[in-house]
Ligand binder design. Structure first.
Ligand SMILES: Nc1ncnc2c1ncn2[C@@H]1O[C@H](COP(=O)(O)OP(=O)(O)OP(=O)(O)O)[C@@H](O)[C@H]1O
Length: 578
């Protein structure tokens, strides 16, 4: 129980710790006033049995009791207010730190970790860091029984011993239940994560599930995870129930000991009736808070598991960053003998090339050749295994992540838009931009017209992932976002989905606005883009096998010329069908 308090205490900053001590003192005083009315109760009983009770005594004793209740309210109010503030501050700070930390991790972490796992840490685990429950309940479980026990010893030590007689046995049972609890709680936490993951997967993949008529199969996976979670909950409850009931009952057996020893001493004339009655009443006040120890120990295990899992995220080392970031003055890009593997799978082998400042380089090559990897490495989503990537002569590793990314606009093929207005989605590129600047960027990206046709124009909410927009519209909004960011380097993965000639023209115009006077690397799928590039890099199996301008490459019987011919055929085929 105390380790729960210690763990929660250690999560706080100096200011939080000072606040925790203050809140705990307030709560201890509140606990005193919670127990204090029993003194008045005892005094009333004494007066009653003496037969000397009068109106004045009743008024004084009642006032005393009411004052205790008022003080209990006042101190409780401030204590819980303080715990609430600590709770919001500590949990909010951990939440922010996790967000910050996740941002600095290699993207490898996200490929190898389940979305549900991360989600469980950020939501479920953090929710278990509950100061509002854990600390006040611990104080109640310690302070109230201690105060009552003190009072009882003061009134009659023999009866007080009878009251606490069951505690050693109850504590033995408590310790025994602890050994079982840890493993069961871990199983339950694990199955909760699994249920979380499956639920997210089931909802996110709903369109694919329906398209392939896999509703039943996917549902049973989801259902199995939920059932497993339910079973681990039942298992935890049923395995612990005997120990918890035994703990509570043993404590309450003390009540029988009080009854027997009280009756004996009463008959012997060694105990007065009011004292006997008071012990019977007070024993309830004594045992109830102690019974909370059982709940607290279960809570402690949950908090420990949550803290362990939160720490395990923080223990994942972020990509190393320099103490001080360099400022870039030039924006040419150079790959020097770069090799890279995703875990064990080699992807790029000894790749070298240069992209001059303010020029366009197109990456072409078969699927899986390593084109996206090249772009990801420039943005340092991963670190290279060998070689180096330089921007303006500076190794990307010598730049802080935020600083590096401030020089780069990334437009992914798989555009992700947030469940927010179109305006805010474009503003993501530059949160300080004015509405006018957003409109200008949207016009340049050729999306102004279609945005105005939406029910609420720029203020239309576009659903999670941009679910209410077409592929071409999403791509243009992401280009507007990048135009607004106005970074000197643009890394662009062209959408293959919107390759029909009409869309191609509009998107090409949008790209032209984005890249004027930028250093651009584009994974090119469209012929017009490839043709206009100042440099084409043909990548195959992680190596650059051809390099040059379109006119130079098209002449040989090269991979590029075959690739070009294929694309031409695809385009002709599409036009012929219209
Ligand atoms: N996160 C990842 N973890 C492990 N392997 C990956 C990961 N991303 C890509 N790969 C693998 O690395 C290789 C290169 O992938 P990459 O995405 O760079 O190819 P690409 O040329 O862009 O392909 P495409 O044109 O189909 O998008 C592929 O074999 C791919 O399966």
């Amino acid at each position: 129980m105390l380790s729960l308090v210690k763990n929660l205490y250690n999560l706080g900053t100096q200011q939080d710790k000072a606040e925790m001590i203050r809140a705990t003192l307030l709560k201890a005083v509140e606990s005193f006033f919670t127990s204090a009315p029993v003194i008045f109760l005892y005094l009333i009983l004494l007066e009653l049995f003496k037969g000397s009770i009068n109106r004045q005594t009743v008024i004084y004793l009642t006032l005393g009791m009411v004052s205790c209740i008022v003080f209990q309210f006042i101190f409780g109010y401030f204590a819980y207010g303080a715990y609430g503030t600590i709770q919001s501050r500590v949990v909010g700070r951990i939440h922010n730190h996790i967000g910050e930390h996740l941002r600095k991790l290699s993207m490898g972490f996200f490929s190898s970790t389940n979305v549900g796992d991360i989600n469980a840490v950020v939501t479920t685990d953090l929710a278990k860091i509950d100061y509002m429950y854990a600390l006040p309940t611990t104080i109640d479980a310690i302070a109230v029984p201690s105060f009552v026990a003190l009072l009882l010893f003061f009134v009659d030590w023999r009866m007080a011993l009878a009251t606490v007689a069951g505690i050693p046995l109850a504590m033995g049972i408590y310790r025994w239940s602890q050994s079982q609890l840890r493993q069961l709680t871990q199983f339950q936490a694990q199955s909760q994560i699994e249920a979380n993951s499956r639920t997210i997967e089931y909802i996110q993949g709903m369109n694919v599930i329906r398209a392939f008529d896999q509703t039943g199969a996917q549902f049973s996976k989801f259902d199995r995870a939920i059932q497993h979670y339910r079973d681990t909950n039942i298992n935890l409850a049923t395995k612990l129930a005997p120990a918890e009931v035994a703990f509570d009952t043993t404590l309450e057996l003390g009540f029988a000991v009080i009854l027997v020893s009280g009756a004996y001493l009463l008959l012997q004339g060694q105990l007065t009736t009011p004292t006997f009655l008071m012990f019977l009443i007070l024993s309830l006040r004594f045992y109830k808070p102690l019974q909370k120890i059982g709940d607290l120990s279960r809570h402690r295990q949950l908090v420990d598991t949550a803290i362990e899992r939160i720490s395990s995220v923080f223990n994942i080392k972020p990509l190393p960053e320099p103490e001080q970031s360099q400022t870039l003055k030039q924006f040419d890009i150079e790959f020097k003998n770069v090799s890279f593997s995703y875990e064990q799978q080699p992807v790029l082998q000894n790749v070298s090339f240069t992209v001059p400042e303010r020029s366009m380089t197109a990456l072409v090559g078969p699927s899986g050749a390593g084109k996206t990897t090249v772009i990801n490495l420039i943005a340092r989503f991963w670190d290279v295994d060998e070689g180096e990537i330089l921007i303006g002569g500076v190794n990307v590793k010598d730049l802080k992540t935020d600083s590096l990314l401030s020089y780069i606009s990334l437009v992914f093929q798989d555009v992700y838009l947030f469940n927010d207005t179109i305006l805010n989605n474009i503003k993501f590129g530059n949160p300080d931009a004015s509405e006018e600047q957003v409109f200008t960027a949207a016009k340049a990206a050729r999306c102004h017209e279609f945005i105005l046709e939406k029910p609420h124009g720029y203020h239309t909410i576009i659903g999670e992932g941009g679910a209410t927009l077409s592929g071409g519209e999403k791509q243009r909004i992401s280009i507007a976002r990048a135009i607004l960011k106005d970074a000197p380097i643009v890394l662009l993965d062209e959408a293959t989905a919107s390759i029909d000639p009409e869309n191609e023209l509009v998107i090409q115009q949008a790209i032209d606005s984005l890249v004027a006077s930028k250093t651009l690397i584009i994974i090119a799928h469209k012929l017009s883009t490839i043709e206009n590039a100042e440099q084409i890099l043909v990548i195959d199996r992680g190596q650059i096998i051809e390099q040059g301008k379109h006119e130079d490459l098209i002449t040989n019987n090269s991979l590029y010329s075959r690739f070009w011919a294929e694309r031409q055929k695809a385009r002709t085929w599409k036009i012929a069908r219209r």
